[in-house]
Design a protein around this ligand. Structure first.
Ligand SMILES: [Zn+2]
Length: 139
């Protein structure tokens, strides 16, 4: 496993049985550490690294670029984190929907009607956000 032990920092994790749920467990082989971890759990990451990754994700940075910047963080984990934190996050789609909303607003479609129409669309925009946008474009 090419992830450093989050406790001692050594690349020393070895397979160590499974959890009752069937997930792979690892144990640090460093005699002074011996800490155990479950694969895929957030514990396998330095909280500081995790924090940085989360900040980059919320800034809209692409997972591939984040994994290049953060050695030892797997691309898969970054994608998983993004899925967990930002379900259905898709900047391109979001911008498209935003443009449609702005157009509807400029055509005087009531915000609550727009919000209802958007209910099933990923990256749902809140009614409050639509009202705020209307205030900005209707002067
Ligand atoms: Zn260790």
């Amino acid at each position: 496993m090419d992830v450093p032990c989050p406790k001692c920092g050594l690349l020393n994790l070895r397979k160590y049985g499974k959890t009752r749920a069937g997930r792979q467990k690892y144990r640090c082989s460093n005699p002074g550490c011996r800490r155990q971890f479950v694969a895929g759990s957030d514990h396998l990451l330095d909280p500081k690294v995790k924090d940085r990754v989360e900040k980059l994700l919320s800034a809209g940075e692409h997972p591939v670029r984040i994994s290049q910047a953060e050695a030892g963080v797997s691309l898969r984990w970054i994608y998983e984190l993004r899925r967990k934190k930002y379900p259905k996050f898709d900047p391109a789609l979001r911008n498209q929907i935003r443009d449609v909303i702005l157009r509807l607003l400029s055509e005087n479609v009531p915000p609550d009607k727009i919000a209802r129409a958007l209910d099933s669309i990923p990256g749902k925009f809140s009614l409050r956000w639509i009202y705020k946008m209307r205030k900005q474009i209707i002067v």
